[in-house]
Design a protein around this ligand. Structure first.
Ligand code: BGC
Length: 728
């Protein structure tokens, strides 16, 4: 049945809601037999629907976060079984992300907060063939909800004692309806439920509970008290070195749930915003804490899980666990940098570096397709891509590697899922970005808006480090890669007039002129410089030399990396693709800071923003920028899938039409298995050694062609299971 949401009116509170949630409701009767009925609803903000006392549907945080100035998604729910003769429907709405400019709001709290609005149609089909449509309009009522405060950063307050004033008629507002589109990506849903595992009375005497897993989602608890008693739950990701509750790293985000009791025993679950947390500090329980009263629900876009990695090394297994939880905590309609502090923003650079790993772990096609729509909407007229999408912070000047997400992500999705649609939809954005780079040239390469090799450790410890590699060099290298991608995308789409090879070659020549010495050696002597020279094919004939210099730098640094956001994702590839596989594994197994495994020694259950978020002595790296749930460095997972396990998809056969399984065993591991549910079925690669021989077990689906490259020898693969035992 078609819905009539575009005939409905937007309803908004008649006076500023001041972060209160509003209930819009309507009573309606039904006196014939219903064959089917749907509710189609959306909001500027966040909404949930309840019909006759029951929650409608299983979607969380609807309508989903988009660049709302341009596009607002709606959801359609089957409500046939919820209807009665007399019906009461409530749409509860909170301001949510609506037109938030977090940095401006947080630095200037007197700015008006976002006002929510809601829109809906109920479409009913009767047994006698007639239909009825109920639309949001001035016959609906509105009143304040008992959720008296809801904010994406500050949390949620429920006042059970609150008696709302008399309801008033809802007032339709003039707001366009042509921004409404049906849900594009998988909706956000409640996924894993995690019970509290431990109650702690901290040295400071505070009541703290531990869920054992850092995550993002909802909080559920029971409490009982006298009328007016206040129960508070504050979020934290880690304890401090003395074992006390710590959340200074949330900065201005209060991340707190408050429940005001009406004297009755209550069970409450948050629903209008999500929290990033592992620990909760409790106030109001006065030591009477039963951990059975607390649970956490991970909430994220309901993508299909596709990728798994397991090894005989418990640290690597934990690293993979942390990568998965980093993704679960940050893929809530928008790929956010982190789910806890006063950001929760769709940072383009972070998404770009993690996109490949993310898309092997889960089927992210619809998720990124939706976000790329937001990116197209937010692209600036001259082609610049803002740092965060949705562009809540209203940034305009682009940064290299961050803005390049607009090309790298569609291309990556095309390679993994083999669907040209993603290139077709985004090609104009990609081309406009390439043209921006070319037209701005030095103005862009020399801009001070680049984040450089963000957070690299090759410069003295400073708060916001852009690293030790020349930003101009990095920007030019990454631009070469981007121009190549746009050219290849144009070829796939058979679009003329978008061949940027000449511009890419010109840039290569300029890089060689400026950044190579008279003997043609790269003058930038940093790990990231050599990694980028290889990754961006600046001078492919010299890759062996770049890799040798890179290897020397790594070894000189006691087998540790110094790379930041830009260099780290490609570091192991640069080594293993050029003859340094053993060193790549040494870096992967490294436990000293900076390394992927160091955070494990401090109990990490998700990826950290900084390699040393918690230092050796237990002190914090900083309070101001120290997220313990930042997925970006989880990008190393794709090296494990595609190099350690060797499941390589090929550019000329996108979507795994053909695979080359070319595993790279290492004597420090006895067993490694990776599997990916591809568009064409399960591909898995496993190797097991007993010290004398190694057995490879490779599975490919029926309609994939593939070869295995084992100890440099090629073998054809047949559909199904293939086993090879070779002596070591
Ligand atoms: C975010 C990053 C982001 C960066 C820009 C930070 O505040 O958390 O992950 O990419 O800013 O450099």
């Amino acid at each position: 049945m078609t819905n009539h949401i575009s005939d409905a009116r937007w309803l908004a509170p008649s006076e500023p809601a001041n972060k209160r949630c509003i209930d819009f409701y309507k009573d309606f009767d039904i006196d014939s037999d219903v064959v089917s009925a749907t509710l189609t609803a959306s909001a500027l903000g966040v909404y949930k629907a309840e019909l006759n006392g029951k929650k409608v549907g299983d979607i969380a945080l609807a309508p989903g976060r988009t660049s709302m100035r341009y596009t607002v998604m709606y959801q359609t729910y089957d409500i046939t079984d919820l209807l009665k003769n007399k019906n009461h429907i409530i749409l509860t709405v909170a301001g949510g992300w609506k037109s938030l400019y977090p940095h401006e709001i947080l630095s200037n709290p007197s700015l008006p907060s976002a006002e929510p609005a809601v829109i809906a149609s109920i479409d009913i089909e009767y047994a006698d063939g007639t239909t009825q449509t109920i639309l949001t309009d001035c016959t609906w009522k509105m009143q304040y909800s008992k959720i008296v405060m809801s904010d994406p950063y500050d949390g949620e307050t429920y006042d059970a004692t609150f008696t709302p004033p008399q309801p008033v008629n809802a007032e339709p507002i003039m707001y366009p309806r042509n921004c409404l589109v049906p849900q594009i990506n998988e909706p956000t849903r409640e996924k894993e439920i995690i019970k509290a595992v431990k109650y702690l009375k901290t040295p400071l005497g505070e009541d703290v509970i531990d869920f054992g897993q850092n995550m993002a989602g909802f909080i559920e608890f029971s409490c009982s008290g006298k009328k007016g008693d206040v129960f508070e739950l504050e979020c934290g990701e880690t304890l401090d070195k003395n074992g006390n509750f710590y959340n200074d790293n949330y900065r201005k985000a209060k991340a707190k749930v408050t429940y005001i009791s009406d004297g009755k025993k209550a069970k409450y679950k948050t629903s209008m915003s999500f929290f990033g947390f592992r620990y909760l500090r409790l106030t109001g329980w006065n030591g009477q804490v039963d951990i059975k009263d607390f649970s956490a629900t991970a909430v994220y876009s309901d993508m299909e899980r596709t990728g798994y990695i397991e090894t005989d090394n418990k640290d690597l297994n934990q690293l993979f666990h942390n990568i998965i939880w980093g993704q679960r905590s940050n893929f809530i309609d928008v790929p956010t940098d982190c789910p806890q502090r006063d950001e929760k923003l769709g940072w383009t650079g972070d998404a770009q570096v993690f996109c490949k790993c993310a898309s092997l772990n889960y089927n992210t096609y619809n998720f990124f397709r939706k976000w790329l729509m937001d990116m197209r909407n937010d692209q600036r007229p001259q082609g610049a891509i803002p740092h965060v999408i949705p562009n809540n912070a209203n940034w305009a000047s682009p940064s290299s590697s961050w803005a390049d997400a607009c090309c790298i992500i569609p291309w990556q999705l095309y390679l993994i899922y083999g669907n040209k649609q993603i290139l077709e939809e985004n090609f104009m954005m990609m081309k406009a970005w390439a043209e921006y780079i070319i037209s701005k040239d030095d103005e862009y390469f020399n801009s001070d808006k680049h984040f450089g090799d963000w957070l690299s450790t090759d410069v003295p410890d400073t708060l916001y480090t852009k690293g030790g590699t020349s930003i101009r060099f990095m920007t030019m290298c990454v631009s070469v890669k981007t121009l190549e991608i746009v050219t290849k995308a144009a070829e796939v789409l058979k679009i003329r007039g978008a061949d940027f090879r000449e511009e890419a070659d010109n840039l290569r020549r300029r890089i060689v002129n400026e950044f190579f010495d008279k003997d043609y050696h790269l003058k930038e002597k940093t790990q990231t410089a050599f990694v980028l020279a290889i990754e961006c094919s600046i001078w492919p004939e010299k890759n062996a030399e770049f890799a040798e210099e890179l290897a020397k730098l790594v070894e000189k640094n006691s087998n540790r990396m110094t790379t930041g956001f830009v260099g780290t994702p490609y570091l192991l590839y640069a080594l293993s693709d050029n003859g340094y596989t053993e060193l790549a594994y040494t870096l992967l197994f490294q436990k000293e800071y900076p390394s992927w495994l160091y955070p494990l020694s401090k109990g990490a259950t998700t990826m950290w923003e900084h390699w040393d978020g918690i230092k050796e002595d237990g002190s914090m790296w900083s309070d101001t920028m120290n997220s313990f749930n930042h997925y970006a460095y989880g990008a190393v997972g794709d090296w494990i899938y595609t190099r350690a396990a060797g499941i390589q998809y090929e550019e000329q056969y996108p979507g795994f039409k053909h695979v080359t399984i070319s595993p790279l065993p290492d004597p420090r591991l006895k067993y490694l298995k990776a599997s990916i549910v591809t568009e064409r079925g399960l591909v898995s690669s496993e190797w097991k050694t007993n010290g004398k021989a190694i057995t490879y077990t490779i599975v490919i689906p029926d309609d994939i062609k593939g070869i295995a490259v084992l100890s440099k020898k090629k073998y054809d693969l047949k559909p199904g299971t293939n086993e090879f035992t070779l002596s070591l």
